[in-house]
Design a protein around this ligand. Structure first.
Ligand code: ADP
Ligand code: MG
Length: 249
């Protein structure tokens, strides 16, 4: 039987970890059964290093969202293993996985997934409130990030009072607010104009690209390519190519 104390120790990932941030080992994902069975990921092997922003690109339906959902512990692989920040998610029980995600992972959903009854500042502070911050401190920290993404005038607006691009920026602020060791973003600039897209990618690089952290960004947006250290191209449930880029000085 595991005590609360050993659980805590196990969930706190060591800070100076050698090795890779994400390792997928022969990961396969099938949806449905029989005639309607879809093979979304076919035997994927992938390693993502710490300290980099990795772009995941490929045509619609090729498995990008499925892959990052497995990496973020939101979806279980049908077969194979996912190791994230030194923890094997495949063998982790559900409640531990929820804790692990809350402590270590920031996720920007393609459809934002903001809570409609909460203001922008409240939405962005949710991860901090969950980890026990007081409301005033959480709102203050969330406000800093909302200001950084250009939403200073929108702190008290509700999601239905915000444009798609504004909602997207709230979702990004929420994903960054607890400084996650792994940030996963599904098309984070899809609803943004060029200037907002650059602001957001600059912020993501500044906050989330650190020696003991890692970022994965799914994108169709060629304007985002400059911000990546590595591009992983997918096609039809498979990794087709991995291209490391020289980091601009
Ligand atoms: N919940 C689901 N149920 C059934 N099929 C799904 C589900 N999610 C994704 N798929 C299928 O898996 C494949 C990959 O989808 P997805 O990962 O969303 O692709 P992408 O993000 O690259 O557009 C597609 O064929 C899609 O229809
Ligand atoms: Mg997708």
């Amino acid at each position: 039987m595991m005590t609360a104390e050993t659980l805590n120790t196990e969930l706190r990932s060591p800070r100076s970890e050698v090795g890779v941030a994400v390792r997928l080992n022969q990961v396969t994902k099938e949806f449905g059964t029989g005639d309607t069975k879809t093979l979304a990921l076919a035997d994927i092997n992938l390693e993502l290093p710490y300290g980099e922003l990795v772009l995941l690109v490929g045509p619609s339906g090729c498995g990008k969202t499925t892959l990052i959902s497995i990496v973020a512990g939101l979806l279980d692989a049908t077969r194979g293993e996912a190791e994230v920040l030194g923890h094997n998610l495949t063998r982790m029980g559900n409640s531990r996985k929820v804790r692990f995600r809350g402590d270590n992972i920031g996720f920007v959903f393609q459809q934002y997934n903001l809570l409609p009854a909460l203001t922008a500042a409240e939405n962005a502070s949710v991860p901090l409130l969950i980890s026990g911050w007081s409301r005033p401190k959480a709102i203050a920290r969330a406000t800093e990030l909302l200001v950084a993404v250009g939403l200073k005038e929108r702190l008290n607006s509700y999601p239905n009072q915000l444009s798609g691009g504004q909602q997207q920026r709230v979702a990004i602020a929420r994903a960054l607010v607890h400084e996650p060791r792994l940030l996963v973003c599904d098309e984070p600039t899809a609803a943004l104009d060029a200037a907002s897209g650059r602001t957001v990618m600059d912020l993501i690089r500044k906050v989330a690209v650190q020696p003991d952290r890692a970022v994965v960004v799914v994108t169709h947006d060629s304007r985002v390519y400059d911000f990546g250290d590595r591009i992983v191209s997918m096609g039809d449930g498979r990794i087709e190519r991995i291209e490391a880029k020289a980091v601009p000085a």
